[in-house]
Each structure stands twice: as structure tokens, then as C-alpha cells.
Design a protein around this ligand. Structure first.
Ligand code: NI
Length: 219
């Protein structure tokens, strides 16, 4: 009520510098960070470790979420909500589409979809984020098999969507208006039950400013 801050961000930075940057920076985790002599330093185990280190947060603050990025196309998250660990892989595909409802007039289609109603379509470089969760394996520490996830996404989505016209070339989109809402939902359905672990989220980025998200339970 007096400072207008939940917490002074400097106090959080001090904790992170001390507990994470100084302990892990420039180190070989297996050889130089206590606790990882026997434990594989995979994202899942690192997130669990950081969670325990960060129990020293300033008063009145609660650790809500951690995100650890291993490469630009692979990151892990822990959320206090449900005490859940998930892994996310990022893929790309290019495709064209036209937003058009056959049942309504040309004028109405133009009013609804604007330039996205262009008769010969238009393209996007879609970025697809696929997030899976599960219980870490006691022996390996892994929540899921990332290579198996890559294979499933390749087979069920990328090979079928990349360089295709979404209105005509993808059976599950037939007769539907392939907005990113619809495409993300169909991708979720294609992957659900066919990826290792539990499919938690599909995010489809159509442009830098437009991102569409389907969560488990939404479909
Ligand atoms: Ni479009």
C-alpha cells in the first residue's frame, strides 16, 4: 500500500544472481554444481532444483512459475498451479489459406475477413509450440521422450501441413474456415493421444502479433 510495489524487483534479482547465476554460471553442471553428481541435469531436474533454491524469496512473494530455455526451440516450465512440469518444442511450417464461408455472400465474406478473403489465398510462416507434461521418470528424470515427440509432430502435422493449402490439402480442415483458431484446434486433436506424455497445450503463432492457444480441456 505504501510503495505501490508487490516486491522490489532488485530483491528478486539479488536472489537469482546469488542462487542461480553464481552457482551455475560458467560451470559444468555435472562436475561443478553440488547435487548433480548423480542426477542428470535435464530441464526437468534443473527446474526442480531451482524451485528448491528459490524458496528464499523476499517476504510476501510467492514463486508462481519458472521457465528454463535450453535452446531457442526447447524450453521447460514449472507452474505452482498444479505443481506441474511441462516441456515445449517449437516447430515451423509454411502454408496458405483463404478465409471464406461458402454459405454467405461475397460482400459478407469481405466484411468478415477483409484481405484474408483474397480469392487466391495468402500465406503464413506458422510457428507451432507443442507442450507436453507428465510425471518425471524416476530413473531418467525425463517427463517425456523429446525425440518421440518430434517424430509424432513431424508425422501428424508438419509433413501434412507444410507447403500445403489448408483449405484443400488437409483432410481434417475440409469444409472448415481455416482460421488459426480452427487450425490450432485441429492440430491439438491430431496430436492428443498420439504424443508421448500428456498433451497440455498447442500454441500457433500466425504472425508476431497474433498467437492462438488451445489448452487441454478446451476441446
Ligand atoms: Ni491468414
Amino acid at each position: 500500500a505504501t510503495t505501490g510495489m508487490v516486491v522490489n524487483i532488485k530483491a528478486i534479482d539479488d536472489v537469482l544472481q546469488r542462487e542461480v547465476v553464481q552457482r551455475f554460471g560458467q560451470k559444468s553442471i555435472n562436475d561443478e554444481v553440488p547435487g548433480f553428481e548423480e542426477v542428470p541435469p535435464c530441464i526437468e531436474n534443473l527446474l526442480a532444483h531451482f524451485r528448491s533454491l528459490l524458496c528464499v524469496l523476499p517476504e510476501r512473494t510467492v514463486l508462481e512459475r519458472l521457465r528454463l530455455e535450453e535452446t531457442p526451440t526447447f524450453y521447460g516450465e514449472w507452474s505452482k498451479d498444479g505443481d506441474k512440469v511441462t516441456l515445449t518444442r517449437i516447430y515451423e511450417f509454411a502454408a496458405s489459406h483463404r478465409l471464406q464461408q461458402d454459405a454467405v455472400s461475397h460482400e459478407e465474406n469481405v466484411r468478415l475477413y477483409g484481405k484474408c478473403n483474397n480469392p487466391h489465398g495468402h500465406g503464413h510462416n506458422y510457428v507451432l509450440e507443442v507442450t507436453v507434461g507428465g510425471t518425471p521418470d524416476e530413473r531418467t528424470g525425463f517427463v517425456t521422450d523429446i525425440e518421440a515427440l518430434d517424430r509424432a509432430v513431424e508425422e501428424r502435422v508438419l509433413l501434412r501441413y507444410d507447403h500445403k493449402h489448408l483449405n484443400t490439402d488437409v483432410p481434417e480442415l475440409g469444409g472448415k474456415v481455416p482460421t488459426s483458431e480452427v487450425v490450432a484446434t485441429e492440430i491439438f486433436r491430431q496430436l492428443d493421444g498420439n504424443v508421448p506424455g500428456v498433451l497440455e497445450r498447442v500454441r500457433l503463432k500466425e504472425t508476431d502479433r497474433s498467437v492462438f492457444e488451445v489448452l487441454r480441456g478446451d476441446v
